[in-house]
Write a protein that binds this ligand. Structure first.
Ligand SMILES: Nc1ncnc2c1ncn2[C@@H]1O[C@H](COP(=O)(O)OP(=O)(O)OP(=O)(O)O)[C@@H](O)[C@H]1O
Length: 500
């Protein structure tokens, strides 16, 4: 393998004369050398540039070379470190190799000795880079919290890699449960804001009259209940990322205030008079089609263009092929550990069913179903009998039919299932013979409107979860924001019914 001819070296050696000598040796190898005499100077150089090699004396006037090595290992792990040591510090030099130094050279040494070590170090760097590039070109099965090696997900990973360090606003779209929040976190953690805060704000779940204060904060006395000054999400996200989940649910009035904030980074707290400026990167998400919202007049066009700079589309689980099984195995392992169960895998039939089902609730639904199976059964293999009723095929066409999760369970039925809080809703329905209720309700004399039965189902689930809306939402395989949105709609429908 050819050794790289031009490379950079930071040489840390307190003796001026030895420093000059080693610099000469290194230059004859083709290196661009910067020589410093103190540890502090070396650390300050490293904040502005990183050399290919760090040639580091163990004994320095202001700190030990070991201390510098440790800092380099944690902050600049790509730098190859060669230690220089005197006879009396050989033990330390051996220690330094255990801590990650590439090699050590004992003083005094000649140009040839240094040349061999430097060439070996450069060869090793080339190999490491080669392997890293090769690994990058392989499909990834895991990426920043995502599981999945389908082509569709590889495209998502590549986009995240490309945009992570940019400040441009990213806009994530995808059906509910496809991993939009995982994606927002991945953008943050893969980028150079990773050490700063990631603040998520769900624009649909915060009541209308509180959202402005949630975003911008408020001053004491700004409204009833504002007993003290409070920072909003904008302030807390300073230097980091502000994730606006369900962004299309933002009220039009707030959208205009938000537009100015996005353009300038400047905002005022509710009740405040002073302007504040922050540096945040915006990542937004919705499970709606944002342009349709613009056309319908529910989302400002100018805000759309500000936020929708880098669109990222998360594919539905049904188009991710074998990812379904990868995810299912990952969840199985996780819930086995949580529940103390011994499941090892899925039967062949179950694998087929999982791969052909079309997952309206996407990854969240798969997650809930695996948990439900693990909680309710004990065995080593998951077979067809353990699957919830919604997987029962009745078409004979080989296509699994989707049945809504407790489609028309009434409030009375819900009270019958009250004692089984930890069970997923679908299984609760099964275990309490609610399947039969579907047909009985249809037979019943009074047929209630669909929206009302849906309302009753949702309210029953919330009650069962002790008022915990996100938990109820997870069990119903919908997002919490869907529940909040529906609640608003029910009030309007209820009013309309009362007026008639
Ligand atoms: N590719 C994935 N690998 C592992 N876990 C995932 C993946 N995608 C989603 N999840 C998990 O699925 C659940 C739902 O994900 P998330 O909340 O990010 O979805 P979402 O698209 O934001 O949903 P919603 O639109 O309903 O808010 C979470 O528990 C998340 O950790």
């Amino acid at each position: 393998m050819e050794v790289k001819h031009s490379f950079t070296v930071l040489l840390v050696e307190d003796s001026m004369s030895l420093g000059a000598l080693y610099t000469e040796y290194l230059r004859s190898e083709g290196a661009k050398v910067t020589h410093v005499n103190h540890g502090e100077d070396a650390l300050s150089e490293l904040t502005t540039w990183q050399p290919d090699l760090l040639v580091l004396d163990i004994k320095l006037p202001d700190m030990s070379g070991m201390e510098i090595l440790q800092k380099v290992q944690s902050q600049y792990p790509d730098i190859t470190v060669i230690m220089i040591t005197a006879h009396g510090t050989i033990d330390l030099a051996v220690e330094s190799m255990k801590s990650g130094a590439f090699d050590f050279i004992i003083k005094p040494f000649d140009a040839k000795r240094l040349s061999i070590t430097v060439r070996n170090a450069l060869k090793q760097r080339q190999l490491v880079n080669l392997v890293a590039n090769y690994e990058k070109s392989l499909p990834k099965a895991n990426y920043m919290g995502f599981i999945g090696e389908s082509l569709a997900m590889q495209t998502v990973y590549k986009t995240i890699d490309c945009v992570a360090n940019s400040k441009a606003s990213a806009f994530i779209i995808g059906e509910s449960g496809t991993g939009k929040e995982v994606c927002a976190q991945a953008i943050h953690h893969a980028g150079n804001r990773r050490d700063k805060p990631f603040i998520a704000l769900n624009c649909a779940s915060i009541p209308k009259d509180l959202i402005e204060s949630e975003i911008f904060g408020h001053t004491k006395g700004a409204f009833t209940g504002a007993v003290a000054n409070r920072d909003g999400a904008a302030t807390r996200a300073h230097g980091g990322t502000l994730f606006l989940d369900e962004v299309c649910e933002m009220e039009l009035e707030l959208q205009s205030k938000f537009l100015r904030f996005i353009q300038t980074g400047i905002f005022q707290r509710v009740g405040g008079t002073k302007e504040e400026k922050v540096d945040v990167r915006f990542v937004s998400a919705t499970n709606r089609i944002p342009w349709d919202e613009v056309i319908a007049g529910r989302f400002r066009e100018d805000l759309f263009y500000r936020l929708h700079v880098i669109p990222i589309e998360l594919p539905a689980l049904r188009v991710r092929g074998k990812d379904v099984l990868l995810l299912a195995h990952k969840f199985l392992k996780e819930y086995n550990a949580e529940e103390g169960k011994q499941f090892k895998s899925f039967s062949g039939d179950v694998k087929k069913i999982l791969q052909t089902y079309h997952w309206p609730g996407n990854v969240r639904q798969l997650q809930n179903i695996i948990r439900q199976i693990v909680v309710l059964n004990s065995s080593d293999i998951i077979d067809e009998s353990m699957l919830p009723t919604l997987f029962k095929s009745d078409s004979g066409s080989g296509q699994t039919q989707i049945k809504p999760v407790i489609s028309i369970a009434s409030a009375n039925q819900a009270s019958a299932i009250k004692n089984c809080e930890s069970l997923a809703i679908d299984e609760l329905a099964r275990s309490n013979k609610l399947q039969a209720a579907d047909s009985e309700i249809v037979k019943a004399e009074t047929i209630i409107p669909l929206w009302l039965s849906e309302k009753q189902t949702i309210e029953a689930a919330i009650e069962q979860c002790d008022g915990n809306v996100p938990k109820a939402a997870a069990m119903l395989d919908i997002s919490a924001s869907t529940i909040y949105r529906k609640r608003q709609g029910w009030d309007e429908l209820q009013d309309a019914v009362s007026e008639n």
